[in-house]
Design a protein around this ligand. Structure first.
Ligand code: CP3
Length: 344
């Protein structure tokens, strides 16, 4: 196997890889003792993200320990609201809290300063330099709808009631915010790609809050425009979309948005995934994060079911992020199962 073949790029470009590649969403984080140590030293999560020395180290920690096929940039989807001037705070055990955007006036006051994010691009350059050739480097941002949810409601405590209200009752106002996010995220991802990111993942964690026409209008359509803009500038960079919780809209999403790969949550039936989604594009994900906590035979059976059904046109991953309570041995065991799997 030539050292510089990247299994993840193979899958996304429609070539059969040497092995089924694996990485895990939130692979850098609180389940790792070496992360917790740096996190305590840094004091604030935002400082961790914006200090290249720390962010580089944290990006590489899971690669050293588990030799995943991809590294994902250590950053956060809420860095865009931060660069737009919104106050952002990550509180211990409570998650992120943002100052809320309430009306047109608040939208007019948003002012994007990409230089606030220049440490992120420095992190990308450093990681790319230190990464093994076979390891793919994934950059990311949040999708417009999901970032808008946090900007409008400030946190996830009220299930994004206000954001859903904007979607139904204030479409012009929401469109204005979506347009701002589209422009700024495009500049931000351009910075990541220019610095060395090889694949982009769009996290739409709250896509599942919308159904029917509202999903089309605020998830699929902005994503389609955004992907086509990225493709125009960077035709060679594959894009993975993750509209978490999209249920029966996953198929519309994959048909309409132009993404190169689709990340699926644990609620998607694996046989449906094979016949209705993988026929269209390569897939990623699906394993329930709770099974990684459980480990043992249950994890093994579920993993082999996914491997046996989705085969080599799949990037193995969880259906959502690694939780902080995962035993490290379970991850090592999972990587081994996936790496050694050969199609029957
Ligand atoms: O390893 C990686 O996946 C790369 C880094 C990464 C983080 N956040 C680091 C992080 C990525 C890709 C994200 C994406 C992200 N951030 C999403 C989309 C994916 C998803 O989980 O649905 C969302 C919605 C956010 C916003 C966010 N950031 C939340 C809701 C939280 C709190 C929840 C939690 O797990 O603490 C964060 C904080 C955050 N982002 C942490 C990490 C490692 C934990 C910070 C800490 O150490 O306290």
């Amino acid at each position: 196997v030539p050292e510089n073949r990247k299994a993840i790029l193979d899958v996304l470009k429609g070539t059969t890889p040497e092995h089924v590649p694996i990485w895990l969403m939130r692979q850098a984080g609180r389940y790792l003792p070496e992360y917790k140590k740096l996190r305590a030293e840094a004091g604030s999560f935002l400082d961790l993200c914006l200090t290249p020395q720390w962010a580089t180290e944290i990006t590489l920690q899971p690669i050293r320990r588990f030799d995943f096929d991809a590294a994902i940039l250590f950053a956060d989807i809420l860095l865009i609201p931060y660069a737009l001037g919104q106050k952002l705070d990550f509180r211990e055990g409570e998650g992120p809290v943002l100052e809320t955007v309430k009306n047109e006036n608040d939208l007019d006051r948003l002012n994007y300063h990409q230089e606030k994010l220049s440490p992120v691009f420095e992190t990308v350059r450093r990681v790319r330099k230190d990464l093994p050739n076979k390891t793919t480097f994934i950059g990311f941002c949040g999708s417009m709808w999901t970032v808008a949810c946090y900007m409008i409601d400030g946190n996830s405590q009220n299930n994004f009631t206000q954001a859903k209200r904007w979607a139904k009752e204030k479409p012009l106002q929401l469109q204005k915010l979506i347009d701002i996010l589209s422009d700024t995220s495009f500049q931000y991802l351009s910075g990541q790609i220019d610095a060395g990111a090889e694949v982009i993942q769009l996290f739409d964690s709250w896509a599942g809050l919308l159904e029917g026409d509202l999903f089309d209008r605020w998830v699929s359509e902005p994503t389609r425009k955004f992907v086509s803009r990225l493709k125009e500038k960077y035709p060679h960079i594959p894009v993975i979309g993750f509209p978490r919780g999209a249920r029966n809209k996953y198929r519309d999403y994959i048909l309409q948005t132009g993404v190169d790969g689709l990340s699926i949550d644990p609620d998607v039936d694996v046989n449906y995934a094979k016949t209705q989604l993988q026929k269209v594009k390569p897939l990623q994900g699906n394993l329930n994060p709770a099974l990684l906590v459980k480990g043992g035979e249950d994890m093994k059976k579920a993993t082999e079911k996914i491997l046996g059904t989705l085969g080599f046109k799949h990037i193995f991953n969880l259906g959502h992020g690694v939780t902080p309570d995962v035993p490290l041995e379970h991850i090592a065991a999972l990587v081994k199962i996936v790496r050694n799997w050969k199609s029957g």
